[in-house]
Design a protein around this ligand. Structure first.
Ligand code: PLI
Length: 461
């Protein structure tokens, strides 16, 4: 090999100090386990799972510094030192003025939705997220999708599939009027589109437009650092900027945020709501005592707040994100070598397999993504998650949503699995792909009222 042919790989900027042992299962055990779980991977026992790619939420490995920070937790009911450390970290790295801690992201969504949304309001956003939309609806609002069309096409290679389609937004504003729109709901690195980023140019255009109309931008910043990585890699003028600076710039274009710290911020529990408006903060600070706990802990232990404050700083390290997303890309390229159809471009927090194309003989009512997730588990004990018709749920009139994307998400916990694990995952998907024509669909036999994907049960057709 010539010297010039040598490629420099990504690698983890850490080494392993402790390991968690896993139980290995047989195929017969897994067939029994998934049947008992109603073919829903959420209902499996984690001890029956080998490689757990259900979610990147709360499944991260904390650093030695985060574990050490736990010991500094100030567990005072009121005015905890740990709260002030968390507040300082959020102000320093994200730039929001006021913060209210919550036990996780959806609690922040609940509080913010209750404060900002009135019955009959419309909330445009760059694709729905399950809990976010539900809280908007429970507060009396209606979510409307204004993401660019490319986001709904798994094979469009648009570099910023999370972008807002400004023409779609203008149409919504014209139809309902700015007064009916309390805020635009903007997620950085859009989860349901496959972990796809928003560009800075699009955010700037959106800021200029909403400023004229006096409409807020509320930022779901759950994976903002991953979005910043893609801006650094793909957007003109950002190649030499640090992720830290890009994140601060993104936040500066918005008025407030909800955050699930269980993702980007490298912890196992926690979240917060942030705002630059004193009035909104005052109301949130009061409301959090009803639902979560005093405003200086919001449902978290002092030690949790310490770990988040450290995790925020670690998440903004360029080498961390390069390895984090490098690992996801490694898995994606492996799957592509086996011709497995996956969402393009490869996203930030996982690989999204196109179940419609994988199992074209199943109709969407036969739950192709739910079926594929169960089959992958049976094959190798790899647990994934459905992100299709089951996750999309029902409209207010009871009809099913039929999302264009019918995906299985292979979500990567941060700093947890090795490259050999990636190989095992790709080989398992490839072997299910080989026998895809013999796979039968599912029927739903139990459906809960809210967020049905968590608890629904199925039987084989
Ligand atoms: O799971 P929570 O309540 O801490 O956060 C809710 C939440 C809000 N926004 C976004 C974009 C999310 O991805 C999110 C949670 N996501 C989960 C649990 C996931 O598996 O993707």
């Amino acid at each position: 090999m010539k010297k010039s042919d040598i490629k420099h790989s990504w690698a983890e900027p850490y080494k392993i100090k402790m390991v968690e042992l896993l139980k290995m299962t047989t195929k017969q055990q897994r067939i029994k386990a998934i049947k008992e779980a109603g073919y829903n991977t959420f209902l499996l026992k984690s001890e029956d799972v080998y490689i757990d790619l259900l979610t990147d939420s709360g499944t991260n490995a904390m650093s030695d510094i985060q574990w050490a920070a736990l010991m500094l937790g100030d567990e005072a009911y009121a005015g905890s030192k740990s709260y002030y450390k968390l507040e300082a970290a959020i102000q320093k790295y994200y730039g929001y003025k006021y913060i209210v801690p919550t036990h996780q992201g959806r609690a922040a969504e609940n509080i913010l939705s209750k404060i900002l949304i009135k019955k009959g309001d419309v909330i445009p956003g760059n694709m729905y997220f399950t809990t976010t939309r539900l809280h908007q609806e429970l507060a009396g609002g209606t979510f409307t999708d204004i993401i660019i069309d490319e986001a709904h096409d798994p094979y469009s290679d648009h570099p910023f599939k999370g972008n807002v389609d400004m023409a779609k937004l203008e149409k919504v504003v014209k139809k309902y009027g700015a007064k009916k729109i309390p805020y635009i709901s903007i997620a950085t690195n859009v989860n349901m589109a496959g972990g796809q980023p928003v560009s800075m140019a699009n955010l700037k255009e959106l800021r200029a437009y909403t400023k004229k109309l006096g409409i807020r931008i509320i930022h779901d910043m759950t994976r903002v650092a991953e979005n910043a990585y893609f801006i650094q890699q793909r957007e003109k003028g950002y190649a030499k900027k640090s992720i830290k600076d890009i994140v601060k710039e993104i936040c500066s274009l918005t008025d407030g945020a909800t955050m699930s710290a269980k993702k980007d911020a490298l912890v196992n529990i926690g979240g917060f709501m942030a705002t630059n408006e004193w009035d909104v903060f005052e109301e949130a600070r009061n409301m959090v005592v009803v639902y979560e706990g005093l405003h200086t802990y919001g449902g978290l232990a002092g030690r949790d707040m310490e770990a988040i404050a450290v995790g925020i700083a670690e998440s903004l390290d360029d080498n961390h994100q390069r390895a984090r997303i490098g690992q996801v890309e490694y898995l994606g390229h492996k799957m592509m070598e086996y011709n497995v159809p996956i969402v393009q471009p490869i996203g930030g927090h996982g690989i999204f397999v196109d179940a419609k194309k994988f199992l074209p003989h199943l109709t969407q009512d036969q739950f192709p993504a739910q079926t594929l997730a169960a089959e992958v588990y049976i094959d190798s004990g790899v647990r994934t998650m459905e992100r299709g018709i089951v996750s999309a749920g029902r409209k207010a009139n009871g009809e099913n949503y039929y999302p264009k994307l019918e995906l299985v998400r292979f979500t990567m916990p941060r700093r947890v699995y090795t490259q050999a694990h990636m190989d095992v995952i790709a080989e398992s998907v490839a072997s299910v792909y080989e026998r895809r024509n013999s796979i039968k669909g599912l029927k739903m036999v139990y459906e809960p009222k809210y967020l049905r994907f968590f608890q629904a049960k199925f039987e084989k057709l």
